[in-house]
Design a protein around this ligand. Sequence first.
Ligand SMILES: Nc1ncnc2c1ncn2[C@@H]1O[C@H](COP(=O)(O)OP(=O)(O)OP(=O)(O)O)[C@@H](O)[C@H]1O
Ligand SMILES: Cc1cn([C@H]2C[C@H](O)[C@@H](COP(=O)(O)O)O2)c(=O)[nH]c1=O
Length: 207
Amino acid sequence: MRGRFLSLEGGEGVGKSTQVKRLAAALEARGLNVVVTREPGGTEGAEGVRGLLMQGDVARWSAHAETLLFAAARADHVEKLIRPAVEAGSWVLCDRYVGSTRAYQGAQDIDDAAILALHGFGSKGLLPDRTLVLDLPEGEGHARSIDRDGGAADRFGARGPDFHRAVAAQFRRIAAAEPDRVRLVDATGAVEAVTAALIDALADLLP
Ligand SMILES: Nc1ncnc2c1ncn2[C@@H]1O[C@H](COP(=O)(O)OP(=O)(O)OP(=O)(O)O)[C@@H](O)[C@H]1O
Ligand SMILES: Cc1cn([C@H]2C[C@H](O)[C@@H](COP(=O)(O)O)O2)c(=O)[nH]c1=O
């Protein structure tokens, strides 16, 4: 039987990595076989592209070049890991996916239709069965990231508050436009409360 494909999305420091692990444990406790992965990355080739994307100066890549690199990494990830695992019956939990391209590159004026067309070409348009977008009030994710990293930032984290506000707005726009597939989840509570809210937002998919 086919498994399921779920993605966790949201801005910097909202708790995606924390919740992917907790959600995986909760699904495994229900007897499901779970594969945890992330973007950019997840396969050897895509992790190589991650290095190119995350390191260096903010201006190292234009928004257009960045969009192509994310799509190329995703095509490899989908072909070699995500699609085979779902077809083999696993539940794949992905920390970021094409929603992040729509939000982060969309926030740099890359057209949403162009991103989806590229996704159609590179990854045969594979979309998660459910995308869970963790949402925090402005500045809270950044504050959590500073606590976690002590101020060190990659090419995206280093951008200013206007950029991160635009990213959050894009995530909210996507969730409002696709309410059946994409759910906005309040990430302000304690980790246990956020996990419970995520499981709630998946209830109709669970066996
Ligand atoms: N519900 C929560 N309440 C308070 N702190 C939290 C909560 N969830 C996660 N954190 C903490 O916030 C920090 C960021 O969490 P995490 O690394 O999971 O976020 P992320 O969304 O994966 O970040 P990034 O986008 O930068 O990869 C970590 O130090 C984590 O322990
Ligand atoms: C998949 C994807 C990611 N990004 C950005 C978002 C983050 O700033 C980094 C990834 O860092 P993380 O610590 O692993 O969350 O990359 C993006 O701009 N576009 C994308 O498609």
